[in-house]
Design a protein around this ligand. Structure first.
Ligand SMILES: NC(=O)c1ccc[n+]([C@@H]2O[C@H](COP(=O)([O-])OP(=O)(O)OC[C@H]3O[C@@H](n4cnc5c(N)ncnc54)[C@H](OP(=O)(O)O)[C@@H]3O)[C@@H](O)[C@H]2O)c1
Length: 403
């Protein structure tokens, strides 16, 4: 970013080559006139407006663009379709409400229930894109796995993931994933919906720079390369929120602000993409238990017990690094278990099957059935390299029945 540029001209480049303004106005729950808020924003230098089919703000945005007379190509309009919509039809409806021929960016507002449904939404947006109704397409509230599934299924990568993001709730794993894929994070509720603007540390940093807490939160975003979408319908706040390009937070303050993360969400118990992640990992866990059940005919409780016993016993036989790799391929519910074991020389030299019998406190034939069914389920979830590695740790006797 070139700091000599003005708020109006500073942009981020999407992976498609399009330039997107570095900050935008949010328009969810504007209480007064949307038209006036958007006019005030354009006058203050904003060139991106965020809306959605379900915000009710599209007509006011359309009116403001007409009354202001700003050339269409000078503004960047972001809208969203809903997870239960027909994506193409919803796009047309949004365009009609906005009185526009195209939007710059259309997002899937929230992931639908299944990857198949997300794919159908995505393909609808791709069609609208080919017809010139949309310039770029992206997602909102998606976890990494949900984004990856869209890419794997269609070969088309979202340009942004719009997610709840502030110093109090951000996520380095999501940041790394998006950076690797060239996906830009658009930060929604970047001002924590005004819930944390009185935080003493943020207020202290704001004093040092002679700025306001809101400006510190927004500057932290742009300095990281994330694109905040502060909402306001107060003209003074609208101006204040874009007045963030004449100062720079130093490294020490950036690091201190980074460290404030506590998975805060102003909308839910955790940011929604994190809840989606939790949901996915829980589904994988349930699938593993179900697989044990199918292989063995055990009850749900015994299948869970067999799986947990197998994970703990296998983990004992791995070195610390191997154990971390093993854990990383498991759902969250089993990761802690795999990482919590403390192998001693004695127990890691013991035969895995003997150990499993001890841990499970069942007779040998029951233990054999438990371990075999748990192993079969785990084999479907682990990488071939990991499976070979675990096999290499087994005694001949155990290796013989864990085929
Ligand atoms: N994709 C999604 O699922 C999703 C979800 C939520 C939000 N969003 C988008 O992100 C935008 C922003 O998020 P948000 O509306 O949830 O919350 P936000 O921008 O974090 O906070 C808005 C609140 O902060 C206040 N505020 C704004 N500037 C201020 C300032 N300088 N000083 C003090 N208070 C200030 C506003 O009041 P005043 O209006 O009185 O200034 C309002 O109460 C939304 O409008 C929407 O466009 C997207």
């Amino acid at each position: 970013m070139n700091d000599t540029m003005t708020a109006t001209t500073i942009t981020q480049q999407l992976h498609t080559g399009t330039k997107m303004p570095a900050i935008g106005l949010g328009t969810w729950q504007i209480r007064g006139s949307v038209r006036q808020a958007v006019e005030a924003a354009i006058a203050a230098g904003y060139r991106m407006i965020d809306t959605s089919g379900d915000y009710g703000s599209q007509p006011g945005i359309g009116e403001a663009l007409i009354s202001n007379g700003i050339p269409r190509e000078d503004v960047f309009i972001v809208s969203k379709i809903e997870e239960h919509d027909d994506a193409y039809e919803a796009t047309m409806k949004n365009l009609a409400e906005l009185q526009l021929d195209y939007v710059d960016l259309m997002l899937i507002h929230r992931p639908a229930e299944t990857d198949e449904m997300n794919e159908a939404l995505w393909r609808g947006l791709i069609t609208a894109c080919h017809e010139g109704k949309i310039r770029d397409i992206g997602v909102s509230n998606f976890s990494e796995a949900q984004i990856q599934s869209l890419i794997d299924r269609t070969g088309v990568k979202p340009v942004v993931n719009q997610i709840e993001w502030s110093p109090f709730g951000w996520d380095s794993a999501m940041d790394t994933y998006c950076a690797e894929k060239g996906i830009i994070i658009q930060s929604y509720s970047p001002l924590t919906r005004a819930e944390r603007l009185h935080d003493s540390m943020i207020m202290g940093i704001a004093d040092i720079y002679h700025k306001t807490p809101s400006q510190i939160l927004l500057r932290w975003n742009v300095q990281h390369g994330w694109v905040p979408l502060p909402k306001s319908d107060n003209p003074a706040h609208i101006r204040e929120n874009i007045d963030i390009f004449d100062f720079k937070l130093d490294k020490k303050d950036m690091v201190a602000i980074d460290a404030m993360n506590e998975s805060f969400s102003a909308l839910a118990e955790q940011p929604i993409y994190q809840l989606n992640r939790r949901e996915e990992t829980h589904m994988r866990y349930r699938q593993l238990i179900k697989a044990v059940q199918q292989y063995s005919g055990f009850s749900d409780a015994e299948s869970k017990d067999a799986l947990e016993g197998a994970v703990a016993t296998i983990a004992i036989h791995l070195t610390e690094g191997e154990r971390k790799d093993f854990a990383s391929q498991l759902p969250r519910e089993l990761q802690d278990l795999a990482l919590a074991v403390y192998p001693s020389e004695e127990n890691s030299n013991q035969d895995l099957f003997e150990q499993f019998i001890e841990v499970q406190a069942v007779d040998e034939s029951r233990a054999k059935k438990q371990l075999l069914s748990a192993w079969r389920a785990l084999k479907d979830a682990l990488s071939p390299g990991q499976i070979d590695h675990i096999r290499g740790q087994l005694s001949d006797r155990t290796a013989k029945f864990l085929h």
